[in-house]
Design a binder for this molecule. Structure first.
Ligand code: PGA
Length: 249
């Protein structure tokens, strides 16, 4: 089964180091049957265009402003990354939600801005350990989906990938079990059905992220309930990431 495999490099690597990363990945991914996306820091997007442009590997950013342009010092707009050939943007990552206090209202506005500019959105949702332990995980994720996708038209959902990333599993080495993943993916699809339609739920692209490594990736990516994965730490080593993207699932 063809999978969508996304790398989130977070705030790692320098632009000068990214050339080698991109060239290696572009070469090694040539024969891959999967869809591959790399999301490096903004500063690497020019190099991404140069070394990934025209290859099998698409690229995107890890954030955008909710504003189109103007006096927003230090911000980067959707049209700017689009102009550099980016096709995706990660929005609602737990780093942004927790460390930069982004709320669902802002994330919803960013999603609309991204879609209006022809970008595909990788929307991250997921509960904290505390929420999970209080048995509120499903309700919490359902509310994130509702709030983040408010006012989005059904036909626009084609441009949205939903990444279930339980916060307790991100960068902790404690990845969710396939049972946990399938259960939450079911919750997410059901919510899409409630908010949009059964057809939308069936077509929705739902992926998992959290502590996927070169040792555990096969078992997780082969889960037929998910359309792919979002990989942080393990995507930094281009050799390992290339092995993951070349596999048939
Ligand atoms: P991780 O990060 O693979 O390092 O857990 C995933 C993510 O934050 O997207």
């Amino acid at each position: 089964m063809k999978k969508l495999i996304i790398a989130n490099l977070k705030m790692n690597t320098k632009p000068s180091e990214f050339k080698d990363y991109a060239m290696t990945l572009a070469t090694k991914a040539k024969l891959s049957k999967n869809s591959i996306v790399v999301c490096p820091p903004f500063t690497h997007l020019v190099a991404a265009r140069e070394f990934l442009g025209g290859s099998k590997v698409a690229y995107g950013a890890q954030n955008i402003s909710d504003e189109e342009k103007g006096s927003f010092t230090g911000e980067i707009s959707a049209s700017m990354i689009k102009d550099l050939g980016a096709t995706y943007v990660i929005l609602g990552h737990s780093d942004r939600r927790n460390k930069f206090k982004e709320n669902d209202k802002l994330i919803n506005k960013k999603i609309k801005t991204a879609l209006a500019n022809g970008l595909k959105v990788i929307l991250c949702v997921g509960e904290s350990l505390q929420v999970r332990e209080s048995k509120q995980a499903s309700a919490f994720v359902r509310k994130q989906i509702d709030d983040d996708l408010k006012g989005i038209y059904e036909n626009e959902l084609e441009g949205v990938v939903i990444a279930y990333e339980p916060i307790w599993a991100i960068g902790t080495g404690k990845n969710a079990t396939n049972k946990d993943i399938s259960k939450m993916v079911g919750v997410i699809r059901k919510e899409i059905e409630t908010q949009f339609s059964a057809k939308a739920a069936q077509k929705a692209i739902v992926i998992y992220g959290g502590s996927i490594t070169i040792n555990n990736y096969k078992k997780i990516i082969s889960n037929e309930d998910i359309n792919g994965v979002l990989i942080g730490g393990a995507s930094l080593d281009v050799e390992n990431f290339s092995v993951i993207v070349r596999e048939n699932y």
